[in-house]
Design a protein around this ligand. Structure first.
Ligand code: AMP
Ligand code: ZN
Length: 460
């Protein structure tokens, strides 16, 4: 079945045809200076869905995602402090500790969302040599020049800039609040490599003295190292279009004359009250914040499927709580089919499968795909064949629909303590105390049920 993807480069849906038999993808990964929020994770849920849809269509993948642990300045356009260095100062830690700490938490959250891990996860600081080589090639080809601040890319050498976005370079400059750097040949020239001030911690020897990479060069260096000069798909959030991805394209043209990816795919924002969820605006929630309210990470993933990835999605707790209930219904619905004994026609299964496949192949239309899933769940006959079909759909959803319904009750601290005490009493075979504790827990509004599968707790 034809797979169509929306390509930001052509501004239209296009049939997907891979360059060769393994689909090569590059995704811009997190800047690990703080906890990733659920807005960031919307972009990675989208990336996961893309991977899963490609696999569903029978493709093998080679996918690289970077971890930005140096070089991402406060503004995407080379202004301000390095985000990791700033966090290190604030937390009084070494920048490598900061990066490692937040990378580990990011990857744990990644797994909680059952995001299919890219084949390659690569750190910027492990690729300094490749970046220096990349910058040197750009300079050798006449697209880069040195100033007292660093090595800059000369955009006037390009046939066209920008190519991904419609923005007018002059408009951007007129509206910008940045100080004009008189050494730059063109106001839009951007930093490839930055000379480090004396007190800068993360810096490396280079042909241009002690210095550190610009943010854009890391993605160019790592994507070309792992995927070659030209690969199939590049993903990121829409905030990457005007600067980061534009500059990655410029760098690649300056080095080898090619646009690095054939298809550019961008996920729209998760918003709060209509505005972007972002660390700088201070309106963020993490997966842990959701869990505190009894919302499972996978329920958040299901929430993401309520809107097409190219549309904005507004986050509300009511919406996420509703998704939590929906996830439980989905799992219960799967179990009902699994235990069902009805027969269903093969043609019905094929019809459902065809509709689902068409939806995901129409540039990952997950809201439509989910409506097919719900049609199967609600189908009046309960059949093992439909359970099998749901499991097949779950290869794309990654919602673990065959896992037991999680107990996502918010249990107060005092009740948790009583539960722990009761566990100890039972280990000591003190049944009298165990029963007393059960009654006290009941007085607090919670019922304990002991079964072969272990203890379960419910609201009274
Ligand atoms: P960062 O760690 O800031 O480099 O961002 C990591 C990823 O999250 C990038 O792909 C961003 O485009 C994406 N992102 C950041 N904020 C949001 C948001 N509110 N909604 C969707 N994606 C976002
Ligand atoms: Zn990137």
């Amino acid at each position: 079945m034809e797979l169509r993807l929306y390509n930001t480069l052509s501004r239209q849906k296009e049939e997907f045809t891979p360059i060769n038999d393994v689909v090569r993808i590059y995704s811009c990964g997190p800047t690990v200076y703080s906890y990733a929020h659920i807005g960031n994770f919307r972009a990675y849920v989208f990336m996961d869905t893309l991977r899963r849809v490609l696999k569903y269509n029978g493709y093998n993948l080679k996918h690289a995602m970077n971890i930005t642990d140096v070089g991402h300045l406060e503004s995407d356009a080379d202004e301000g402090e390095d985000k990791i260095a700033k966090a290190a100062k604030k937390e009084n830690k070494n920048p490598y500790e900061i990066a490692e700490y937040y990378t580990n938490i990011f990857l744990k959250d990644f797994d909680k969302l059952n995001i299919d891990r890219p084949e390659i996860i690569c750190k910027a600081t492990d690729h300094i040599k490749e970046m220096i080589e990349y910058v040197s090639d750009i300079v050798k080809n006449g697209y880069g020049y040195e100033t007292s601040r660093g090595i800059y890319f000369d955009i006037s050498k390009l046939d066209k800039y920008p190519v991904l976005s419609d923005r007018k370079v002059d408009e951007q400059i007129a509206g910008a609040r940045v100080e004009v750097d008189k050494e730059k040949r063109n106001p839009e020239d951007f930093a490839l490599w930055i000379k480090a001030p004396k007190n800068h911690i993360m810096k490396w020897e280079s042909p241009w003295g002690l210095s550190y990479p610009g943010w854009h060069i890391e993605c160019s260096a790592m994507s070309s190292k792992y995927l070659g000069e030209q690969f199939d798909i590049h993903t990121g959030g829409i905030d990457h279009i005007p600067t980061h991805h534009e500059n990655e394209i410029a760098q690649s043209k300056g080095r080898c004359g090619k646009i690095p990816a054939k298809y550019w795919m961008h996920c729209n924002f998760l918003t709060v009250d209509g505005g972007k969820m972002s660390k700088s605006l201070g309106n963020i929630y993490t997966l842990d914040n959701l869990k505190e309210k009894g919302i499972e990470p996978l329920a958040y993933k299901l929430f993401c499927f309520s809107s097409h990835y190219r549309n904005k999605l507004n986050f509300t707790f009511e919406g996420a709580i509703a998704s939590n209930t929906s996830l439980m219904r989905l799992k219960e619905g799967y179990q009902k089919h699994l235990n069902g004994t009805d027969e269903v026609e093969q043609s019905l299964i094929e019809e459902f499968e065809d509709k689902f496949h068409k939806a995901i192949n129409d540039y990952l239309n997950m809201p439509i795909a989910m409506s097919v899933v719900w049609d199967v769940i609600r189908y009046n006959k309960k059949s093992k064949d439909l359970a099998k079909l749901l499991l097949k759909f779950d290869e794309v959803l990654g919602l673990k629909i065959d896992e037991k319904v999680q107990n996502s009750l918010e249990i107060p601290e005092e009740v948790t303590k009583l539960i722990e005490e009761r566990k100890v009493a039972r280990e000591n075979k003190d049944w009298k105390l165990s029963d007393e504790l059960r009654d006290r827990i009941k007085e607090k509004g919670y019922i304990i049920k002991d079964s072969k599968e272990g203890m379960q707790i419910e609201k009274a």
